[in-house]
Design a protein around this ligand. Sequence first.
Ligand code: AMP
Length: 197
Amino acid sequence: MYVIFFGPPGAGKGTQAAIIAERKDWAHISTGDMLRAHVANGTDLGRRAKGIMDQGLLVPDDLVIDMFLARLEELQADQGFVLDGFPRTLVQAQALDEALSKMGKAIDIAINITASDDILIDRMLNRAKDSGRADDTPEAIKTRLDVQKPSAELLSHYRNAGKLKDVDGLPEIPFVTMAIVNALRADGDDGVARAGK
Ligand code: AMP
């Protein structure tokens, strides 16, 4: 299956994406992790993205899309994936649709993990204590919450296609995982862990 995880920063989408990818043996594609690796390795992309990321702003579409499409090309034809942090804009969603459609494929389901701002701020401040991330300062956290919630137009893109499923991110991690597994199953996943569909 091809699955997208949406959610504001702190909602647990990275945690859940990692759990589901591991269970299903799907690729976990996190553009945030990829960008952080570029920064750590001092690549040209990393140098261009670092200042933007440190402020909690979005890296320009063309940079992120090129990086993502290169990763997509590495996947084996029958390998499922979970997208974590991509697409974040409508332009990115359209680039994704186009790339998949060229492969004769499409996104199966987009899971939107929801949580209130109070909970999100608490979780992000807690994570900041030991994350070591440069963008986990209180200012960057506030900016990320303001500018990085999935936009209404991005969610509508998938809702209108009948592919968006809201999942409450408030319960403890295993309960959220269970809700996600149920949503995938309702969408046709047979619950068997293996590569591909
Ligand atoms: P994340 O780990 O998903 O929270 O991403 C960390 C940072 O990387 C974000 O705050 C953005 O600056 C940048 N980033 C990650 N994914 C994207 C994307 N799809 N579009 C633009 N910027 C991104």
